[in-house]
Each structure stands twice: as C-alpha cells, then as structure tokens.
Design a binder for this molecule. Structure first.
Ligand code: ZN
Length: 75
C-alpha cells in the first residue's frame, strides 16, 4: 500500500463516527451486497458504519462474502 493510499484511507476513517464489522453465518441461502450468493455453511462479513456528516439516524450496512471481504481488507 503506497503513502497516498494510506492517506486516503486515514481521511476516510476520520470521517467515520463509528464502524463495526462482525462475521455472521447465514441460516439459509442469501444474496450479499457484493453480489455473490452464499449458502448456510459459509460465514460472511457484516459491516455497519456511520459517518460524521450523515444525518441523524442514518446508518450504513453492507454484507460481503468472505472472499470479497478478504480482497478489500486493507489493514
Ligand atoms: Zn463476494
């Protein structure tokens, strides 16, 4: 990851009021926000976050399969 990317990422983080990521398991077949469909045996990532400039009560959510979550995991 180059410096520009790190800076960009830190700027993005600084705009977050909170962010939480949990791993969940689906009971049934489920279509995720990344576009993939998983069955009940695969864990998936559930993210929830809120930015400082969001209106009151606005919360963003996103689900990604393990594969996509790993691909954009930039820590
Ligand atoms: Zn995916």
């Amino acid at each position: 990851m180059d410096e520009e990317a790190i800076e960009k990422y830190e700027r993005w983080l600084s705009r977050l009021a909170f962010a939480r990521t949990t791993t969940r398991r689906a009971k049934l077949k489920k279509q995720l926000d990344c576009g993939h469909v998983i069955d009940g045996t695969e864990p998936y990532r559930y993210s929830v976050w809120r930015r400082n400039y969001d209106d009151r009560g606005v919360i963003h959510q996103r689900t990604d399969c393990e594969f996509c979550a790993r691909k954009d995991n930039r820590y």
